[in-house]
Ligand binder design. Structure first.
Ligand code: S3P
Length: 172
């Protein structure tokens, strides 16, 4: 399979693990949020504030369509909401081997609690918001994934080693 795609909730460690994985496997690395920010010339909170979530979701789908043409042998870290759309789940799977990095609600909360850069987590009661979103998305992540890996209690190098082991059978 041509690419290795990391999906999962905000704070699951997709970008951190993805960068190390790409280095170790001598693959390219790309992050869908970073690509959208650089193409738009503005940060994600600004895109949400100025044009709304639906506009951002359309940018995500458009990017996945472009990536079908121009992305090979690359570790792709994907924004946490990307697998919610059915079309995106199909596009992700056609890009390569999709790995779902999962984490418990407690782990996620620890990792995202002091971060103001995620508009989906703005507002009161972070815990309730994370709980609801995780519950809404769990099935979508599972449907999109070829492989699922739990990250709780594991260091980044450990997670990377497991991803490597689990994806070899997909030709990566
Ligand atoms: C989002 C996750 C973010 C980013 C945007 C929306 C989401 O990416 O795409 O803030 O809906 O879960 P990370 O998962 O990299 O934080």
């Amino acid at each position: 399979m041509k690419n290795l795609i990391l999906i999962g909730f905000m704070g699951a460690g997709k970008t951190t693990a993805g960068k190390l994985l790409a280095k170790e496997k001598e693959m390219g690395f790309t992050d869908t949020d970073e690509r959208i920010v650089s193409e738009q010339g503005r940060e994600i909170p600004d895109i949400f504030a100025e044009d709304g979530e639906a506009y951002f979701r359309d940018l995500e789908t458009e990017l996945l369509c472009h990536m079908q043409e121009d992305t090979y042998h690359t570790v792709i870290s994907v924004g946490g909401g990307m697998p919610v759309r059915k079309q995106n789940r199909e596009l992700l799977r056609s890009l390569g081997c999709v790995v779902y990095l999962s984490a418990s609600r407690q782990t996620i909360l620890e990792r995202v609690k002091n971060d103001g850069s995620r508009p989906m987590l703005d507002g009161d009661d972070l815990e309730a918001r994370v709980k609801r979103l995780m519950r809404e998305r769990e099935n979508f992540y599972r449907q999109a994934a070829h492989v699922m890996i739990r990250t709780d209690g594991r260091s980044v190098p450990q997670v990377v080693r497991i991803i490597d082991q689990e994806t070899r059978k997909y030709g990566l």
